[in-house]
Write a protein that binds this ligand. Structure first.
Ligand SMILES: NC(=O)c1ccc[n+]([C@@H]2O[C@H](COP(=O)([O-])OP(=O)(O)OC[C@H]3O[C@@H](n4cnc5c(N)ncnc54)[C@H](OP(=O)(O)O)[C@@H]3O)[C@@H](O)[C@H]2O)c1
Length: 171
C-alpha cells in the first residue's frame, strides 16, 4: 500500500522486511528498494539507501532495536513515526541522533488523530480514502471468519501475517 502511494506521489520508498520471501514479494510488485532486517549489513545498507535518497521520514511498526537503527541511518533533521510495535520490545537506540542531529521520534494512533480533525477535514480524508480504496489503498483479503470463530481467526492471523487480511464477520 505504501509503495503504491509512494509511486503515485513520486516518493521513493525504502522497504524493510524480515524474510527473503517478502523481499521477492515486494520486488515482484514493483518496489525498487527492499532490505531484509534479518541479514547482516542492514545498518550499512539502510544508511546508504537513506543518504542516497535523502530520506527524512520513516514509519515504524516494529519498534525495539529497529527504531534505533532507522533513526541512526537517516540524515540529520529526520522524523521517525512509530505506529505499532510488532517486536513487543521497548524502543532501543542511542540518544545521540536526537541530541546532535535534531532527529525526532513520535507516535501515531489513527483514532485520536481523526477525532481531533474538523468535520470538513474528516470528510475530505474519508472521500480520498474511498476514491483510492480499490487502487492505491487496496488490501488483499485472505479469509473471512464468523464472530464465534474469533480465536481461530486471531491464531490464523498470528501464524501468517503476510499475504492478505483476515476479516471478522459480525453477523
Ligand atoms: N497506529 C495506528 O493508528 C494504526 C492504524 C492501523 C494499524 N495499525 C497497526 O499497524 C500494524 C501494521 O498493520 P498492517 O495492516 O500493515 O499489518 P499486516 O497487514 O497484518 O502485516 C503485518 C506485517 O508485519 C510483519 N511483521 C510482523 N511482526 C514483525 C516483526 N516482529 N518484525 C518485522 N516484521 C514483522 C509481518 O511479516 P511476517 O509475515 O514475517 O510475520 C507482516 O508482513 C498492526 O500492528 C496494526 O495494528 C496501527
Amino acid at each position: 500500500m505504501v509503495n503504491r502511494l509512494g509511486r503515485s506521489e513520486g516518493i521513493q520508498i525504502i522497504n524493510v522486511v524480515r524474510r527473503d520471501a517478502q523481499v521477492d514479494l515486494l520486488k515482484a510488485q514493483g518496489a525498487d528498494i527492499v532490505l531484509n532486517s534479518s541479514e547482516a549489513g542492514l545498518e550499512r545498507e539502510l544508511n546508504d539507501a537513506c543518504h542516497r535518497n535523502n530520506t527524512h521520514l520513516a514509519f515504524d511498526s516494529v519498534a525495539g532495536q529497529l527504531t534505533g537503527q532507522l533513526l541512526k541511518a537517516m540524515p540529520p533533521n529526520s522524523r521517525l513515526t512509530v505506529f505499532s510495535a510488532f517486536s513487543k520490545e521497548a524502543i532501543q537506540g542511542s540518544p545521540g541522533p536526537m541530541i546532535f542531529e535534531s532527529k525526532t521520534i513520535d507516535g501515531f494512533w489513527l483514532g485520536p488523530y481523526i477525532s481531533k480533525q474538523s468535520v470538513l477535514k474528516t470528510m475530505q480524508l474519508w472521500k480520498r480514502a474511498q476514491r483510492q480504496i480499490s487502487s492505491h489503498l487496496k488490501s488483499e483479503m485472505r479469509k473471512t471468519y464468523l464472530l464465534p470463530e474469533v480465536r481461530e481467526a486471531i491464531r490464523d492471523y498470528r501464524d501468517q501475517m503476510t499475504g492478505g487480511k483476515i476479516l471478522l464477520r459480525m453477523s
